[in-house]
Design a protein around this ligand. Structure first.
Ligand SMILES: [Zn+2]
Length: 400
């Protein structure tokens, strides 16, 4: 044993994130920033810190593949648009903190504002704030569209393949780890932008995909309508965000399953807009969300049936979809027929694959020690993940 600090956690159960059934009991040995070993029982090496939680369950740190840390989940985000950037980045830091203490150790931010998210990551690297691991897209690359005016600083509009190439390269130059493009209109955009309409042309989509892939980045496509989904899949995107109308073409769903394109369903984004808990959601937005919800549910069931890889994502930031309440998405997934264990894997091992990462999402010797201990048995009752975790480790460091 090296002289790196070591922690041995023993609990009633351990879910490794790979899809294997839980170990009962289970234990994980952390050494430095890595997992050293897992097993039903691990003999404590000398000098190890021991944590024994016989009623708890150990899981990998959870991963949310679709958030916007810039926005709070207000009914109408535009009320904060003109706030000073210093205030906005402090809010982002708080959103990131809430997410981390809720057991989410990695988030993919698929659309920030004014590139402030890169400054947040820098602040975390300098130890000024604590955040989950941040996989950042920078600005959303989109055709010229009404939606861009709804979220100032979030879109990079580009028309024609040449401009799209430049827009993608700008995000990479700013520090992006992933590219996000709009393949269809958005639900939350003004009334005349339709989520069912395809946006970028095939040529523009291919330009975006080829540019991202050539630079070693994965690419995520926002897509509700089936025409936009079809075009995005043909162009070679890695993840389909929302995928609302995918159920309309089983052929495309089968192709996605066969090619291993990930669906990020963001079930949590629509529910509170369709049935808001308070006033303030514009009526045209509410009508669009209600329309979409039955499609979204059907798509989730079709994807489950056809074996489409499903990676968990909340779209945290949309109205009443708050940072730190990310685990509610897993309850919605289970309500539509996914097993609790599969939902946990969608937010760990499969989510990591969707992000192209093999060093997180699974508890195995050598992976980064992002580990959470929950009270209760989330593989029996998924709502256990909505209670504050007992302990959260990020890269071997205990942060809760
Ligand atoms: Zn989003």
């Amino acid at each position: 044993m090296s002289n790196q600090r070591a922690v041995l956690i023993s609990a009633g159960a351990l879910i490794d994130g790979s899809g294997e059934p839980p170990l009962r009991p289970g234990a994980v040995l952390i050494e430095g920033d890595r997992i050293r070993s897992i097993g039903a029982h691990i003999n404590a090496p000398e000098g190890v810190t021991r944590i024994d939680l016989p009623d708890g369950t150990i899981t990998p740190g959870l991963i949310d593949c679709h958030v916007h840390l810039s926005d709070a989940g207000l009914a109408d985000a535009s009320v904060q648009d003109r706030d000073a950037s210093g205030l906005r980045i402090l809010r982002m830091a708080e959103h990131a903190r809430r997410t981390l203490v809720a057991g989410f150790t990695t988030v993919r931010d698929v659309g920030g504002r004014d590139h402030l998210e890169f400054a947040l990551r820098r602040a975390a690297m300098e130890g000024l704030v604590r955040t989950p691991r941040l996989i950042l897209a920078g600005k959303i690359v989109s055709m010229t569209t009404a939606g861009a005016s709804s979220w100032p600083g979030m879109y990079r509009q580009a028309d024609g393949a040449r401009e799209v190439v430049k827009a993608v390269r700008e995000q990479v130059a700013a520090g992006a780890d992933v590219i996000k493009i709009m393949a269809t209109g958005a639900v939350l955009a003004p009334g005349h932008e339709r989520p069912t309409s395809a946006q970028f042309t095939r040529e523009e989509l291919r330009a975006a995909v080829d540019t991202a892939h050539a630079l070693g980045l994965r690419i995520a496509a926002h897509a509700h309508g089936i025409d936009g989904i079809r075009r995005a899949v043909e162009a070679g995107v890695d993840t389909i965000e929302h995928g609302t109308h995918l159920h309309e073409d089983a052929g495309v769903a089968k192709e996605i399953a066969g090619r291993g394109v990930f669906l990020v369903p963001t079930l949590k984004a629509l529910a509170p807009i369709a049935d808001p808990e308070g006033p303030g959601v514009p009526e045209d937005m509410r009508a669009k969300a209600q329309d979409r919800r039955s499609d979204r549910d059907r798509t989730f069931r079709v994807a489950l049936e056809l074996g489409v890889p499903i990676a968990m994502g909340t779209d945290a930031a949309t109205p009443f979809n708050r940072h730190g309440e990310n685990a509610e998405e897993l309850e919605l997934m289970v309500s539509l027929g996914m097993s609790p264990l599969a939902a946990i894997v969608a937010a760990s091992g499969i989510a990591a694959r969707a992000l192209g990462r093999d060093d997180i999402g699974v508890l195995a010797p050598g992976t980064l020690a992002d580990v959470v201990v929950w009270s209760g048995m989330p593989h029996e009752d998924i709502r256990a993940l909505q209670r504050a975790p007992i302990a959260v480790f990020l890269g071997g460091e205990r942060v809760v």
